[in-house]
Design a binder for this molecule. Sequence first.
Ligand SMILES: Cc1ncc(C[n+]2csc(CCOP(=O)(O)OP(=O)(O)O)c2C)c(N)n1
Length: 386
Amino acid sequence: MSDATEIVAALLRHGFSPFVGVPCSLLAPLFSDLAGRGVLLMATEEGEAVGMAAGMVLAGRKPVVLMQNAGVLNALNPLLSLHAVFELPLLLVISHRGEPGAPDAPEHEHCGRLTLPLLELAGITHDMVPADGGEALALCLGRAAAAVEGGGRHALLVARDTFRGQPTAGVAPRLSPREMATSPPGFSSGRTMRRRDILAAVFARFPEAVFVASTGFIAREAVAAGARARASVFPVIGSMGCAAPVGLGLALSAPQRKVVVLDGDGALLMKLGALASVSSHAPANLLHVVFNDGVYASTGGQANAAGLVSLARLAHAAGYATSVQVETAAGLAGALAVAAPAAGPNLISVATTFEPSTDAPRVDEPPATYAHRLRALRLCERQVSP
Ligand SMILES: Cc1ncc(C[n+]2csc(CCOP(=O)(O)OP(=O)(O)O)c2C)c(N)n1
């Protein structure tokens, strides 16, 4: 088996460092090992990671960027318009979700099929990390080092089972050279509320609302809770960061209907500009609930910037009508009671405990079924459109 620790050690021997990334569950053992060695920097979005790497190359370093293949679509612009234009070498480590022929969740299908053709079109050479390690792995990493030494952009692809069962404990202890705060900015007692309890409270408060749930465990648990509450839930299972933009589009198109975005802190950080868009379009009917656990729980619990940056203060600065952070069930109930009649957009950042797994099943209906159901409601009819 190819071992995450062995790969990191070999890359370091080849002179690669630091490592910049946005996590994927398939890469969790790599992230864990890198964090333990203190050579990992987290980014909020894959294109941003590629931009950071460009700066590092300009300063004379040999960075590695880690991402899921879904993130390649976010990264293509700086890979082409920055690295290719300025002839900056780069090594990428990319998990290959939705690899043709290997069963995976539906959100990975299109991206999985296009990953290799896209890399080829972008002039990025690539190699699969061999399943068995040993000599084959040494040769593969040697080719990668030579490609980057030659000035190229090269990707190491990681298949679904490559690191299966390898340790993921020792989650990123530090996000950046600044120490992780023990409790998030503005929270006094840390994160204690569970996702499912938060969801239950929000569903109970807004029986008529449409819910847009973000990528990962939030979507899975929201679908399960929504089914129990007979509520309308649209799970944004892929396109991480798009729950808020989808919610904004819905809210603007159906101003008589309450729209509740159930967002992850990592997802919100990935498209932070959405805060400005929501605020500038000022949908009075939009409530933005952020599950603030300070980590990417769905991919193994790697730290994200919500440990250092107050999302509620960012929303306030962007111009949300109200934005608060809460850390107890009573605080959440109070905030929901205030948000219910208030003109939005409103944001509630809820201190959420880190839960490394969920027993909620994967979203099992075909994704298009959720879209058909929501579209059949014809929410924009009898509304005045802008
Ligand atoms: C563009 C892209 N990059 C990475 C991923 C992998 N991914 C899926 S869920 C997830 C974590 C989401 O974190 P957050 O929004 O904080 O929610 P949590 O998992 O903590 O509930 C990541 C990184 C992805 N789906 N798409």
